[in-house]
Design a protein around this ligand. Structure first.
Ligand SMILES: Cc1cc2nc3c(=O)[nH]c(=O)nc-3n(C[C@H](O)[C@H](O)[C@H](O)COP(=O)(O)OP(=O)(O)OC[C@H]3O[C@@H](n4cnc5c(N)ncnc54)[C@H](O)[C@@H]3O)c2cc1C
Length: 438
C-alpha cells in the first residue's frame, strides 16, 4: 500500500514499511536503510499538506508501534510519551491523570512527533512560562535516533545543543522515539464565539486579543464578517458547562462539517454564489458560549478535506498584511469559500519556529480539496513574503532554503547539526532538499 497525505495532495510508494516497537527497533531500521543505501522517513498521520513526510521510494517508518505514556513526573510536572502517540490519545490519558498540555492547535489527530517537528501551534496572547507558545516550545526533552544510529537523550542539561536546535527538526535530524512535555494540572476553558464586523475587528484587535487567553478569528472572504472565538481559563473544573449533545452535534458536526462540506463542494461548481454563501455561513455561525476541559475546547474535528497555506508575520504588521491580502483577493477573479483563520502567538526560542524571537500574527488560507488552490496561494504568498512571513513547515508554500535562511537567524546552525546527525542524508526527501538544501 502506498503513502498519501490527509489532503490528498501528495503520494508516494515506499520500498518497505516498518513499524518498530522499541528504540532498538528504530536503530535497526536506520541501519537497514543505510545497508540498503536508501532513505528512511518517519511518518505521522500525514496531516501535513506539504510532502515533508513523503518517504518517496525509500523506507517508511510508521508511528503505530510506539505509542502511549512512558512516565510521569508529578513533581516536575512533565510527561514522557512515545513520539508516535496521537495528540488525542495523549489528551485523553492526561485528562484521566488530571493533567493537560498548556496549549495546542485546532485538531488532535496528529502524532506528537509529527506535530512537534513541523512547528504546530495554537493561539495565545503572551508568553507565560511558554504556556501559549507552540508544541515544540512546551518540550522538556526527547530521545532521538540519529542518521548514524546513535541514540541521544536530549534536554536543557543533556545534549543541550541538540535539544535547543532539534525541537523543530522537520524529520531531518533523526527519529524521535520519546518526547517529554511540560504539563500543568487539568484546567477548563470557556469559549465565547461571536460574529464581528471587519471594521470593528481592525479597530479593536488589540483589546480583543487582550480580552482572553486564546483568541482565534475567521474572516469570510468577500464579506465584512468575521467569527471570533475567545477561550479563557476558568478558575475551576467545577464551573464547566459544555454544549448539549444536540447543540454540539448541530454546530460542530452538522454546520461545520456536513453542511459546510456539502455547500463548499457545490460552490466549486458555481463560484459566483460564493460571496452570498459566505455571508450566509458567517451569519449561521451565531454567538454561543460554552466551557469544557481545555483540550475539548481547543480542538475540533475536521471532516471536510481542504488545502492550506499559513504564514506567520510580525505581530505588529498583521492587520496591514491581512488588509493587503483582502485588497489583492478583491481585485482578482478568485472566489474563495473557506474562511481565513487569524491567530497570534508569543515569541519563542525554538530556532525553526515560525514565532522564533518575534511575536507573531498567523494568517491561514484554505480551499476545498476539489477547488484549485494554486492561484489563490500564488496571489497571496508574495504579499506574505514581502512582510517577512515565515511559512508553516507542514502547509503549502514555495520557499526554498535560500529564502528561508534569510528569515531564520540560526538557520546555518540547524544545517550544521543536520550534517553532524545525518551526514549521509538517511532522512532526506525532495521537500527537505528544497527547504534545507542537499
Ligand atoms: C485539518 C488540519 C488541521 C491542522 N491544524 C493545525 C493547527 O491548528 N496548527 C498548526 O500549527 N498546524 C495544524 N495542522 C498541521 C499539522 O499539525 C502538521 O502538519 C503536523 O505535522 C501533522 O502531524 P502528523 O502526525 O500528521 O505528521 P506528518 O505530516 O505525517 O509528518 C510531519 C513531519 O514529522 C516528521 N515525523 C513524523 N514522525 C517523526 C518521528 N518519530 N521522528 C521525527 N520526525 C517525525 C515527518 O518526517 C515529517 O517531517 C493541521 C493540519 C490539518 C490537516
Amino acid at each position: 500500500m502506498g503513502w498519501s497525505n490527509w489532503s490528498g495532495l501528495e503520494h508516494a510508494s515506499p520500498s518497505r514499511v516498518v513499524a518498530p516497537t522499541s528504540v532498538e527497533g528504530v536503530v535497526a531500521a536506520v541501519e537497514a536503510a543505510r545497508t540498503a543505501g536508501t532513505t528512511l522517513k518517519p511518518s505521522g498521520t500525514g496531516h501535513s499538506f506539504t510532502a515533508i513526510a513523503s518517504p518517496g521510494h525509500g523506507m517508511q517508518l510508521l508511528p503505530s508501534g510506539m505509542t502511549g505514556i512512558v512516565s510521569i513526573d508529578r513533581e516536575a510536572l512533565t510527561v514522557t510519551a512515545y513520539a508516535g502517540t496521537r495528540l488525542k490519545a495523549l489528551n485523553a490519558d492526561l485528562e484521566r491523570l488530571g493533567l493537560s498540555l498548556h496549549n495546542m492547535g485546532d485538531i488532535a489527530e496528529q502524532t506528537l512527533a509529527g506535530a512537534i517537528s513541523t512547528g504546530t501551534h495554537g493561539t495565545g496572547r503572551r508568553q507565560n512560562g511558554h504556556s501559549y507558545a507552540g508544541l515544540a516550545a512546551q518540550l522538556a526533552g526527547f530521545t532521538l535516533v540519529t542518521g548514524t544510529g546513535e541514540v541521544l537523550t536530549c534536554s536543557a542539561t543533556e545534549n543541550a545543543d541538540v535539544f535547543d536546535l532539534a525541537r523543530i527538526g522537520l524529520g531531518a535530524l533523526g527519529v524521535l522515539a520519546t518526547v517529554t512535555f511540560r504539563v500543568e494540572p487539568l484546567f477548563a476553558l470557556e469559549a465565547v464565539e461571536q460574529p464581528m464586523p471587519w471594521a470593528d475587528f481592525h479597530r479593536d484587535f488589540e483589546a480583543l486579543v487582550d480580552s482572553a487567553d486564546h483568541v482565534d478569528a475567521y474572516w469570510f472572504p468577500h464579506t465584512d464578517r468575521l467569527l471570533t472565538k475567545r477561550n479563557s481559563r476558568l478558575a475551576s473544573l467545577d464551573e464547566i458547562a459544555p454544549l448539549s449533545r444536540t447543540r454540539a452535534w448541530f454546530d460542530d458536526d452538522f454546520l461545520q462539517n456536513t453542511a459546510f462540506g456539502a455547500l463548499t463542494a457545490a460552490a466549486n461548481l458555481a463560484p459566483g454564489v460564493i460571496p452570498r454563501m459566505n455571508r450566509m455561513n458567517a451569519s449561521l455561525l451565531a454567538a454561543r458560549t460554552y466551557s469544557d476541559v481545555a483540550h475539548r475546547v481547543f480542538t475540533t474535528e475536521r471532516r471536510v478535506v481542504f488545502r492550506e497555506m499559513e504564514y506567520a508575520v510580525p505581530r505588529a504588521d498583521g492587520l496591514e498584511v491581512l488588509r493587503d491580502c483582502r485588497r489583492a483577493l478583491d481585485a482578482s477573479d478568485l472566489r474563495i469559500s473557506f474562511p481565513v483563520e487569524i491567530r497570534v502567538a508569543p515569541a519563542d526560542d525554538v530556532p525553526l519556529s515560525t514565532a522564533f524571537e518575534r511575536d507573531s500574527f498567523y494568517l491561514a488560507f484554505h480551499t476545498h480539496r476539489a477547488a484549485e488552490h494554486r492561484a489563490y496561494f500564488a496571489l497571496l504568498e508574495p504579499i506574505l513574503r514581502a512582510a517577512d512571513g515565515r511559512p508553516h513547515w507542514g502547509k503549502v508554500h514555495t520557499q526554498d532554503s535560500a529564502a528561508l535562511a534569510a528569515s531564520y537567524r540560526r538557520f546555518d546552525e540547524v544545517l550544521a547539526l543536520r550534517d553532524r546527525l545525518d551526514p549521509d542524508r538517511v532522512f532526506a526527501n525532495d521537500y527537505l532538499r528544497r527547504v534545507l538544501g542537499p
